[in-house]
Design a protein around this ligand. Structure first.
Ligand SMILES: Nc1ncnc2c1ncn2[C@@H]1O[C@H](COP(=O)(O)OP(=O)(O)OP(=O)(O)O)[C@@H](O)[C@H]1O
Ligand SMILES: [Mg+2]
Length: 338
């Protein structure tokens, strides 16, 4: 659906040049929700703005449905852009126009016949849950409602792709959840491909199918959200995930632990997360175990279990226990004090 081939973007400023995007290759499938994560300045917005050519790539290709956007004439590009909607952190609504008029603007800009505008706007406001706010002005709306207007406007010309640049970053957690639920519904109902930029791994976990992690203009790791959470390879990816999944034991607790014991971090993937492996282990082996932390997270609808457990016993018993866990598809890590 969307292919970025060797995408490179160099910004020229009066202080010299800055690399925004450094040879990025990505292939985003039709109908998927694809996340791009990275710290400020990593190049996320630059990539997104190259996808609809708001930013002209310095080199490389942007293919949408096999068509190279960089090769289109102005008029062809204008048409192609109508099939790519975009929403932003700060909404960018026109304050002097009502909710209805803000959405209608996008239709007028695409030369939609006047007669069909009213029906279409009503349908869009219904979809985003704002049917009763058509005559309100942006100043009379909450942040979440403003973003719903942004979404309605972005969907006005029946796009195939929706680009979201930190669309929930200005919203509180409850409103964020509601907007994410709306995006998920739109993805399912309309089969819309969504590319979503965020610095919050929680958002990726909630919504995305696949994710790319960016640093210094490059994609340093990408994969299915489950794989990235279950088996992150790059230190930066681990750092992002640790904000969501990791659990650090308080120092006080470490002081209380048996110096002869070991602290294990156990990761159970897929089916293993739903089996009673720890209780089986305690029945089979001579070790004593004390669970310090445990939770099963659901990513998409797949379980991922993480437990931190203090085990005491002879070295041999502990080694046997680790072997038993590994044989039952558990990933075991012996952790020390942080
Ligand atoms: N118009 C521009 N002119 C010059 N440099 C730019 C321009 N836009 C972005 N950059 C630079 O390109 C790099 C990537 O910026 P970009 O905005 O893509 O990052 P980002 O990952 O979206 O960051 P944030 O999370 O803060 O939005 C940064 O070093 C930034 O300073
Ligand atoms: Mg940005």
């Amino acid at each position: 659906m969307i292919q970025l081939i060797d995408l490179y973007k160099l910004y020229k400023t009066n202080k010299g040049t800055v690399v925004g995007v450094d040879h990025v290759n990505l292939h985003i499938q039709k109908g998927e929700i694809f996340g791009i994560v990275g710290y400020s300045g990593a190049g996320k917005s630059s990539v997104l703005r190259c996808i609809n050519l708001l930013e002209q790539p310095t080199s490389g290709k942007v293919l949408v449905n096999g068509v190279d956007l960089t090769s289109l004439s102005k008029n062809e590009l204008r048409k192609a852009r109508q099939k790519i909607g975009m929403i932003f952190q700060h909404f960018y609504l026109v304050n002097s126009k009502t909710v209805f008029e803000n959405v209608a603007l996008a239709l007028e800009a695409a030369d939609t016949p006047k007669a069909s505008i009213e029906g279409k706007v009503k349908e869009l406001l219904q979809l985003v849950g704002l049917a009763d706010k058509a005559d309100n002005y942006p100043a009379q709306l909450s942040g979440g409602q403003k973003q719903r207007v942004g979404i309605a406007r972005a969907l006005a010309n029946d796009p195939q792709v929706l680009l979201c640049d930190e669309a929930t970053s200005a919203l509180d957690p409850t409103t964020t959840q509601a907007i994410l639920a709306l995006l998920r519904e739109i993805n399912r109902k309309l089969g819309l491909t969504i590319i979503l930029i965020t610095h919050e791994m929680e958002v990726v976990k909630e919504l995305c199918h696949r994710v790319a992690i960016m640093q210094s203009g490059k994609v340093i790791e990408e994969g299915s959200v489950y794989e990235i959470f279950a088996n992150p390879l790059e230190p930066l990816t681990r750092e992002f995930i640790s904000n969501v999944l990791e659990f650090k034991l308080p120092d006080k607790l470490w002081d209380k632990l048996d110096p002869a014991g070991k602290v294990l971090k156990l990761l159970f993937r897929d089916d293993a997360a739903e089996q009673a492996i720890i209780s089986d282990l305690l029945k089979e082996s001579g070790i004593q175990a004390n669970i310090l932390h445990g939770k099963i997270d659901y990513i998409g609808d797949k379980p991922l279990g993480i437990f931190i457990m203090e085990v005491t016993g002879s070295n041999e018993e502990i080694a046997d226990a680790i072997r038993y866990l590994t044989d039952r598809s558990c990933i075991v890590e012996v952790i020390g004090r942080a």
